[in-house]
Design a protein around this ligand. Structure first.
Ligand code: DQQ
Length: 476
């Protein structure tokens, strides 16, 4: 038996052995992508290929911690119902034996090609990193083609997460990096044939010191154009918390600007955090055949209370976010659940206009919308999550008990134009809240008592409240 076959067999056995216990978990998700067992982290290889959406994911099948990652694989025709496919990649070769780390997928000459990072650690814990290729004719079975790019001079071995795209006649790749001076960077390569890659250098701008200030390592960069601007989306590590900003252990955010593809010079605005919630990291985007730029992120952050997640006794941890369509409005990214997610709705349970206090019962898989003019809001969900807004201060705050010690923790953002719309997706152990049509988003796990159903709203102003129950069991 080859090492690849052995690892596959062990991983399928782990799914089989733990199926029952994972299914018993009251916090098991109903319509979010979660691992069949073990730990899921970054979304990988996100692509619509030959009409089918493919979402791969970083996966540790053998326990609920990190380690030598596999690439798990889901597919979907409609972005609502998903199928778990055979394992795409196992960490079975000398160049990826400590993990087939994050990467991306492209379509070329009727093949799907995956570029990913091979992570290797020797017995002294020293790291090596290789950018690797795997190919598939059917989008399900992959053949590894080995190392394509070695670590260039000037960078530490924290050099990973290739994202590949086509611009004009050429292919480009951006890689998350750490310079020898221990600064975060994004490094650009180009290729005419997807075989030989030429190093263009690190993205730089006139405000180079702004790059230097943004942490010691950038993970999972993604470069794409949106409404005529070049967006660099990335997950920097090492930003200090600053008031309501950067409160998670690591961040995700973006620049908007203009990239000179020949010189790697990138003129851009300031760094903006993409999500205001507790659990969001390492997102990846793709463009589908409707021309939509769709993003999915990991609903977790590396090292942030991962070992305290209440799902761990049930042998799984973490899930992905819903697919969100991105728009650029006034140089800000707006995120909006893709249209297809309306098909999750099973039944409309409420439609009321309220102007003061209101109380309702909601199912654990629900969508709740508030539309109107909300001068002051205090919304309590399941006696667990509190969402407040005060127009005078312009501040929105979301709070939940910490999974570590139950103490209340908060995340906030300013809404300078007031609050007119809230759209909340509740699953058994998560909440995603889209504010003012996606201008701000709060993404978080939440572990309310599985029996609680209470929605309490106290409002100054007036709003229409609508609620729907949502489908269960979207992963087959
Ligand atoms: N997770 C992957 C890396 C990436 C990090 C390893 C981000 O490729 O840099 O699982 O969460």
């Amino acid at each position: 038996m080859t090492q690849d076959e052995r690892l596959r067999q062990q991983a399928y056995q782990a799914i089989e052995d733990n199926k029952e216990i994972v299914e018993k978990d009251p916090y098991r998700q109903g319509y979010h992508l979660m691992p069949p067992v073990g730990l899921l982290n970054d979304p990988n290889g996100w692509i619509q290929w030959k009409g089918i959406y493919h979402m791969f994911f970083q996966w540790m099948p053998f326990h609920t911690g990190h380690g030598a990652k596999f690439w798990g694989h889901f597919t979907s025709e409609n972005l609502v119902d998903w199928h778990l496919e055979p394992i795409a990649l196992t960490p079975s070769d000398w160049f990826d034996e400590n993990g087939c780390y994050s990467g991306s997928a492209i379509s070329h000459e009727s093949k799907m090609k995956i570029f990913y990072t091979g992570n290797v650690k020797n017995e002294h814990g020293e790291r090596a990193t290789y950018q690797c290729l795997a190919e598939s004719n059917d989008g399900i079975h992959f053949t590894k083609k080995g190392v394509q790019i070695h670590l260039p001079k000037g960078y530490t071995a924290h050099f990973r997460d290739p994202k590949v795209w086509k611009h004009g006649e050429k292919w480009y790749m951006v890689i998350g990096a750490q310079t020898e001076e221990k600064l975060g960077a994004a490094v650009l390569y180009t290729s005419e044939d997807l075989k030989s890659w030429m190093l263009k250098g690190k993205l730089h701008s006139n405000e180079d010191e702004a790059f230097g200030k943004l942490g010691y390592m950038w993970e999972c960069p993604d470069l794409f154009s949106l409404n005529g601007k070049d967006i660099l989306l990335f997950s920097p590590q090492g930003l200090e918390a600053n008031g309501i900003h950067y409160n998670n252990s690591y961040q995700t955010g973006y620049f908007t600007g203009r990239l000179n593809y020949d010189t790697a010079s990138y003129s851009h605005g300031s760094f903006t955090e993409l999500d205001r919630g507790f659990d969001f990291y390492a997102p990846q985007t793709t463009e589908d055949d409707k021309g939509r730029r769709i993003m999915i992120g990991w609903m977790g952050v590396p090292g942030q209370n991962e070992e305290n997640q209440p799902t761990i006794p049930y042998k799984w941890v973490h899930n992905l976010t819903l697919p969100r369509e991105l728009q650029l409005i006034d140089d800000r990214i707006y995120q909006w659940p893709v249209e297809e997610l309306k098909d999750l709705r099973v039944e409309k349970t409420y439609e009321h206009t309220i102007a003061d206090n209101w109380r309702g019962d909601i199912e654990r898989r629900s969508e709740v919308q508030l539309t109107g003019h909300m001068k002051k809001l205090d919304l309590n969900l399941l006696d667990e999550v509190e969402i407040t807004f005060d127009q005078e201060k312009g501040l929105m705050t979301v709070s939940r008990p910490s999974v570590v010690d139950g103490k209340i923790e908060t995340r906030s953002c300013y809404l300078t134009e007031g609050l007119s719309h809230l759209r909340i997706f509740l699953d058994h152990s998560s909440l995603e809240m889209f504010v003012n049509n996606g201008q701000e988003v709060f993404t978080m796990r939440m572990f309310a008592d599985p029996a609680s159903r209470d929605l309490k709203i106290s409002l100054q102003g007036s709003a229409k409240v609508e609620a729907w129950t949502l489908k269960n069991g979207c992963i087959h």
